[in-house]
Design a binder for this molecule. Structure first.
Ligand code: ADP
Ligand code: MG
Length: 733
C-alpha cells in the first residue's frame, strides 16, 4: 500500500550520507515539471501558484485527512456522515434538468445491501469519461437525503477498484488544497511520486540527538507520514496537526529559524561599537535632578539594561517594549543623554510629524535646561530652514535630533551618531532600521572609527513572549512591565448599539466638564457593509445634530498627512472637543485632557488594537472611560471576547488572548508584522515547541558557535538554504 515504505532503500544517515547535503538540497530545487505525470501545462499552473519545485510540492501539506480505513455497507449509510463505500455502478444517466437549468449526472451504486445515488452537477468531462456501467467503485463522501427514502452523495470522490482489492484501499487519505482546481487525486499522485523519486535526496534535517530528546522524527520520516499516513495512527491527532509527524515538521521549522536568528544576533554583537560610559558630573546625573517624578522600578531596570549594552564595546540592538503610557520616552531620553555626555549625537525617529513634534516639545524643555543643542527635522520644514539644520547636524553641532522619515532620507549625515532610537518601531521596516545605522557611515563621514552605533527600538504593541522570539530573536528585549503610579485605570464598558443614546449622553456629560472625547470607527467611507456607519457621515451628523453645541473634528487615513496633523494640532490645543476618527489615532498620540473614547463596531477590532485605542485616554490625572459599542446579533463568542476588555488592563495579557483567538497576523496587522511564513507552525498553538526548539538551537550554538565543526556541516547548509537570503546570513555561507 505504501510504495515508498515497502521498497528497500539506502538510508542517508546523518553523518555518513552518500550525498552531501548541498547536493540533496540542490536536487530538491528540481522544477515540478520533471515530476513524472506533471505535464508542461500543469507545471505552468503549479508554478504560477507558487509550487515551483519538488521542495514546494513536498511542503504542500494536507489540510485535513479523510478516514477511509473502514468501508461501510450501503445499508449503513447515515445521513450527514462522511463515509466510504464499495459497490457496483448499475445505472448511469446524464440529463438536463430544466428546473435548475443544469446538466446532471446520476449514478446508482449497489452492494447487495442497498442502493446509493451518486450525483454530479455540471459533470466535468474527465469525470464522465472515467465512469461506466458495471464498474466496481470505491466512493467517499457525505451522505445526503435524496428523494423519498433515497440516499445520495453529491460530488463523491471515487476510484475504480477490482473486486477483492478493497482491502488495500482502506487508508487515511490526505486532502490537499486544490491549487487552480487541480483534482486532489492528481496532487496526491504527484506528491507521492515526488516522495518516491526524491526520498533519497531529503537530507536528515534535525540532528538525531535533538530529535530524540523532543520525541520528534526526522523530517524525512515526518513528510512520508504526513502525506501517506499509516493506517494505525490516530486520525484525530492528524487532523489537529498534532501527530508526531506534524510536531516534527513544526519543530524543524522553529529550530532552523531560531538558529538563524541567534547567529545573526551573534554576528551583530561581535561587531565593534562605541563604549559609552557614565560620567561623574555628566548629563544623566544632572537630568536626575530635573526629572519631575521618580522612575518606576521597571524604568530603572530597563535603563540599567540599556546602559549595560551602551557601555559594552559592541553595538546595542535592543527593543524596549512597554504598554501605552508605561513611560518609554523618558527612558529613551536618559539613553540619549548617555550618548551625548560621551560626545556623540543621538537621534530619535518617530513615525509621524505629530509624534515627532510631541517628543520634541516634551524633551526640548529638558534639553534647554541642560544646554543641549536640539533640532526637529520633519518633511514640512521650509527648505532653507531644513538646509540650515542639515548643515549643522552634518557638522556635529546638534547633539539631539528628533525627526520623521525625512531624517533617514539620502543626504542626511549624522557624523557622530552614538545612539539611534526608533519609536513605534513596528511602523518602520527593517530597511529603515538599517538606513538609520548608516546615517553615520555615509560618504562624508568623519566618524572617529568604523564602529557601529547603538540602536534602541521602542514598541507599544506588547508582544507575547513566543511572538517576540520569532520577531526579535536577533535582538535583546526589555519590558517596561509596570505603570507609573497615580494613574486611575481606564474604566471599560461594553454597550449594544441599541444603547447608543446612553453612550452619547456619557460623552456629553464628560465634554461639559471640559474634557475631550474620541469616537473611533473602523472604516472611512460607507462600504458594501451597509450597516456600517462611517466616520465621515457620523462626523457630520454629530456636528449637525447630536453634539451640535460642541466643536467636532474628523480624522481619517485618506486625508493628506499635513491635513491630518493640522486636525490633531487643533485637538491637542483643545480647539476641538470631539474627534471622530478611524484607527489613524492609534499610535502614540498624547492628549491628557481627552478622557473618553468611544469605539464603534468594537466587534471588528482585535483586542490588542482596542487596547491601543484605549491607551489614547487615561493619560492625565482625571479618570477616563472607554466605551465599546458592539453591533448586530453577535455570537456569544464575540461578546465574550469583548468582555475581556472590561476585565483585563494589562496589554501583555490582552495580546496573549488575542494571539490565541486571532493569530499573529491579526495581532500585529498582517502588512506590517514582518513575520516569516511558516509552512505549518502556529505561534499560538505551538509555543512550547518554539521554546524547546529555541533552547536546542542555543545549546547547539553554545557548543559550536560558528557552525564550523563537522557535525554542523549539514545544519549550516540547510540553514543557508532555508534562511540564508531572508536573514542576510551571508557571513555563515
Ligand atoms: P509611552 O510609553 O506610551 O511612550 P510616555 O513616555 O509618553 O509613554 O509617558 C506617558 C506619560 O507618563 C508622560 O506624560 C510621562 O511624562 C509620564 N511618566 C513617565 N514616567 C513616569 C513616572 N515614572 N512617574 C510618573 N509619570 C511618568
Ligand atoms: Mg510613546
Amino acid at each position: 500500500m505504501n510504495s515508498v515504505e515497502n521498497e528497500p532503500r539506502p538510508t542517508t544517515t546523518y553523518e555518513g550520507t552518500p550525498l552531501s547535503p548541498r547536493e540533496c538540497l540542490h536536487a530538491l530545487q528540481t522544477p515540478v515539471r520533471y515530476i513524472k505525470g506533471v505535464g508542461p501545462m500543469r507545471a505552468a499552473l503549479l508554478e504560477g501558484l507558487g509550487l515551483k519545485t519538488v521542495d514546494d510540492l513536498l511542503y504542500h501539506l494536507p489540510f485535513r485527512y479523510e478516514d477511509r480505513r473502514e468501508l461501510k455497507k450501503i445499508h449503513q449509510a447515515t445521513i450527514g456522515r462522511e463515509d466510504s463505500f464499495v459497490g457496483k455502478l448499475v445505472a448511469l444517466d446524464k440529463r438536463y434538468v430544466p428546473r435548475i437549468r443544469r446538466q446532471i449526472l446520476i449514478g446508482t451504486l449497489t452492494d447487495g445491501t442497498g442502493t446509493l445515488s451518486l450525483v454530479w452537477f455540471h459533470p466535468k468531462p474527465y469525470i464522465t469519461k472515467r465512469l461506466h456501467i458495471d464498474q466496481n467503485l470505491l466512493i467517499h463522501g457525505k451522505v445526503d437525503r435524496g428523494r423519498g427514502a433515497e440516499k445520495k452523495i453529491v460530488h463523491p470522490e471515487f476510484e475504480p477498484v477490482e473486486p477483492g482489492e478493497e482491502e488495500e484501499r482502506e487508508k487515511i487519505l490526505p486532502v490537499y488544497l486544490k491549487p487552480g482546481g487541480i483534482p486532489t487525486r492528481m496532487i496526491r499522485r504527484w506528491v507521492n511520486q515526488a516522495l518516491t523519486t526524491y526520498w533519497d535526496f531529503l537530507p536528515s534535517f534535525l540532528p538525531p540527538v535533538v530529535a530524540q530528546r523532543h520525541h520528534v522524527t526526522d523530517l524525512k520520516r515526518a513528510l512520508i507520514e504526513i502525506h501517506q499516513p499509516n493506517k494505525e495512527v490516530d486520525i484525530v491527532f492528524l487532523n489537529q496537526f498534532r501527530s508526531t509527524a506534524h510536531r516534527s515538521i513544526i519543530f524543524d521549522e522553529f529550530f532552523y529559524l531560531q538558529l538563524g536568528l541567534a547567529l545573526r544576533r551573534k554576528h551583530h554583537s561581535a561587531l565593534t561599537g562605541h563604549s559609552l560610559i557614565a560620567h561623574q558630573e555628566g548629563l544623566t546625573r544632572r537630568m536626575r535632578a530635573l526629572t519631575p517624578f521618580s522612575l518606576t522600578n521597571a524604568q530603572e531596570r530597563v535603563l540599567g539594561e540599556i546602559y549595560r549594552d551602551m557601555a559594552s564595546s559592541h553595538p546595542m540592538q535592543r527593543l524596549m517594549q512597554g504598554d501605552v503610557g508605561s513611560g518609554k520616552t523618558i527612558v529613551a531620553w536618559f539613553a540619549a543623554l548617555r550618548a551625548i555626555e560621551n560626545g556623540f549625537q543621538a537621534v530619535l525617529l518617530a513615525p509621524t510629524e505629530l509624534l515627532a513634534e510631541q517628543h520634541f516639545s516634551y524633551l526640548k524643555a529638558f534639553a534647554d535646561e541642560l544646554n543641549i543643542t536640539t533640532g526637529l527635522l520633519i518633511g514640512s520644514l521650509p527648505a532653507s530652514e531644513k538646509e540650515n539644520l542639515l548643515v549643522r547636524i552634518g557638522k556635529g553641532e546638534i547633539a539631539f535630533v528628533v525627526g520623521t522619515h525625512a531624517l533617514i532620507q539620502e543626504g542626511v549625515q549624522v557624523p557622530r551618531l552614538g545612539l539611534g532610537i526608533i519609536d513605534e518601531q513596528h511602523r518602520f521596516g527593517v530597511f529603515q532600521r538599517m538606513a538609520l545605522k548608516r546615517l553615520s557611515t555615509g560618504r562624508n563621514s568623519t566618524a572617529p572609527s568604523q564602529a557601529e552605533s547603538d540602536i534602541l527600538l521602542m514598541s507599544a504593541t506588547p508582544i507575547p513572549r513566543s511572538l517576540a522570539m520569532v520577531l526579535y530573536g536577533d535582538m535583546e528585549v526589555s519590558s517596561l512591565d509596570e505603570m507609573p503610579p497615580g494613574r486611575t485605570p481606564t474604566k471599560t464598558r461594553l454597550f449594544n448599539e441599541r444603547e447608543r443614546s446612553v453612550v452619547y449622553e456619557i460623552v456629553r456629560e464628560e465634554v461639559h466638564k471640559g474634557h475631550q472625547a474620541y469616537v473611533v470607527y473602523p472604516l472611512v467611507e460607507e462600504s458594501e457593509h451597509l450597516s456600517l456607519r462611517d466616520a465621515t457621515g457620523m462626523a457630520e451628523e454629530f456636528s449637525r445634530v447630536i453634539f451640535k453645541d460642541f466643536c467636532v473634528g474628523l480624522l481619517h487615513g485618506r486625508m493628506a498627512a499635513d491635513e491630518r496633523e493640522q486636525v490633531m494640532r487643533h485637538f491637542k490645543k483643545g480647539e476641538l472637543q470631539i474627534l471622530v476618527a478611524t484607527t489613524v489615532i492609534e499610535v502614540g498620540v498624547d492628549v491628557p485632557n481627552a478622557t473618553i473614547i468611544v469605539v464603534e463596531h468594537a466587534e471588528r477590532f482585535g483586542l490588542s488594537q482596542l487596547h491601543q485605542l484605549r491607551g489614547r485616554v487615561g493619560r492625565g490625572k482625571d479618570p477616563s472611560q472607554c466605551l465599546l459599542v458592539q453591533y448586530g446579533t453577535n455570537s456569544r463568542e464575540a461578546i465574550t471576547r469583548l468582555r475581556v476588555m472590561e476585565q483585563v488592563k494589562d496589554g501583555f495579557k490582552i495580546a496573549e488572548a488575542d494571539l490565541s483567538l486571532r493569530g499573529p497576523g491579526e495581532l500585529l496587522g498582517t502588512r506590517q508584522s514582518g513575520l516569516p511564513d511558516f509552512r505549518l507552525a502556529s505561534l499560538a498553538r505551538d509555543s512550547q515547541l518554539l521554546l524547546d526548539a529555541r533552547q536546542e538551537a542555543l545549546d547547539w550554538l553554545a557548543k559550536d558557535p560558528s557552525l564550523t565543526q563537522i557535525k554542523s556541516r549539514a545544519l549550516r547548509e540547510i540553514l543557508n538554504y532555508r534562511w540564508g537570503g531572508k536573514l542576510e546570513l551571508g557571513s555563515i555561507g
